[in-house]
Design a protein around this ligand. Structure first.
Ligand SMILES: *Cc1c(COP(=O)(O)O)cnc(C)c1O
Length: 385
């Protein structure tokens, strides 16, 4: 059995080596290293794949979120509601722009932002909601969009973990994660579902005026050469990263299918284990194991260990050379940078429980059956022992 890795980028590369190498070589020959033709080609291909009018590539996913908020014209003091249980980048950019982050609790079954908690947190100062499509599936977007409409709020999707996932509306129609709200932001960090070989990100929108504003912001607020109409940033995708992404984009559905297949095997193996709660698929299918639905692209396969032995399990897996992760170990409202007397422990019962219970298992496109079998049997033996 090959050594088990949390993410196997080398294995994935060896299968696409020729395309990627040729594509990178092409960029070097043409020397348009930043925002060259490759970036434009990738942008167009991603627009088609997502079914969205505008993709604006940028330097990373954190910038993508920040630029989306700048593009919407959010102002210091505006309140922005997001999840307490997410990667810090989401709340970081809110704070950086001197907006007021308002953290709310999440759901215990799909780990996504809780709609009732959003509703409770809305004040006259609220300007936007940032649902994070955590671990690879959309938050309850139909309810969030309805709430936003009723209160005149923007919806900014943090789609760093769910590129390629479908969202199914109640009427059966589908849209790609990140294209449902006013604007979406994604990351092409190497370990994300569509990853480049460095940093990269993109912003998605169907709004022509917003797309125009954002295209200037990513390039120093410049709409005409050396005319700076707004304060912008330097956040561009470099052409070598675009070359990698353009070579990988046609494989994305296959990559996500490989993740889903691994997730199904995990869930099947754990179905009779009382101490484990397997991740629920909350949109577009009936939860649990599902063969036909693409609602969840499993950026992470995250379980809950409900008998208080999560940390012991982590230690045991480390001993057995099985990598695992705890995403995330500390609620954002308890992080030094974001703690605030506005927050009440009683408002975060689920997040406080999840940080004690979650464990993410190895998840990538190259997992072999023997590896999954070793991982699941090691876990089951430990929990029964
Ligand atoms: C990875 C990630 C980001 C940030 O993306 P970078 O490209 O690393 O800046 C933002 N939000 C979430 C939820 C992420 O997982």
């Amino acid at each position: 059995m090959k050594k088990i890795q949390m993410v196997d980028l080398k294995g994935q590369y060896s299968a696409i080596k020729e395309q990627v190498n040729a594509s990178i070589q092409d960029v070097i020959e043409h020397t348009a290293f930043v925002n060259g033709p490759k970036v434009h080609e990738f942008q167009k291909h991603l627009e088609t794949y997502l079914g969205v009018k505008h993709v604006i590539p940028c330097a990373n996913g954190t910038d993508a979120l920040q630029i989306a908020m700048m593009g919407l014209g959010l102002k210091p003091g505006d309140e922005v509601i997001t999840a307490d249980f997410t990667f810090a980048a989401t709340v970081e950019v809110i704070a950086l722009l001197n907006l007021t982050p308002v953290l709310v609790d999440v759901n215990s079954d799909d780990f996504n932002i809780n709609v009732a908690a959003i509703e409770k947190a809305i004040t006259p100062k609220t300007k936007a909601i940032v649902p994070v499509h955590l671990f690879g599936q959309c938050a309850d977007m139909e309810a969030i969009l309805a709430l936003a409409k009723a209160h005149g709020l923007y919806v900014i999707e943090d789609n760093a973990q769910a590129i390629g996932a479908n969202y199914t509306y109640k009427d059966g129609s589908k849209a790609k994660a990140g294209t449902l709200g006013d604007v979406g932001a994604t990351s092409f960090f190497p370990s994300k579902n569509l990853g480049c070989y460095g940093d990269g990100g993109a912003i998605f929108t169907n709004n022509d005026a917003l797309a125009h504003t954002i295209r200037g912001i990513v390039n120093h607020g410049m709409y005409e050469r050396y005319h700076h109409d707004v304060v912008g940033v330097n956040s561009r995708l470099d052409s070598i990263q675009a070359a990698v992404l353009d070579a990988k984009l046609p494989k994305l559905d296959g990559y996500n299918a490989a993740r889903q297949a691994a997730a199904r095997k995990y869930t099947e193996a754990f179905k009779d284990v009382d101490q484990l709660v397997t991740p629920k698929r909350s949109n577009g299918c009936d939860g649990g194991i599902c063969d036909t639905c693409d609602c969840h692209v499993f950026h992470q396969y995250t379980l809950r260990v409900t008998n208080g032995r999560r940390d012991a399990l982590v230690a045991h897996l480390n001993e057995k050379n099985i990598p695992c992760g705890v995403y995330y170990p500390i609620p954002l409202h308890k992080q030094k940078a974001y703690a605030d007397s506005r927050y009440n422990t009683a408002d975060f019962p689920v997040t406080l429980q999840l940080v004690e219970e979650v464990i993410a298992l190895p998840m990538h496109t190259e997992l072999e059956d023997a590896q999954i079998e070793y991982i699941t049997s090691t876990i089951i033996k430990f929990l029964n022992g």
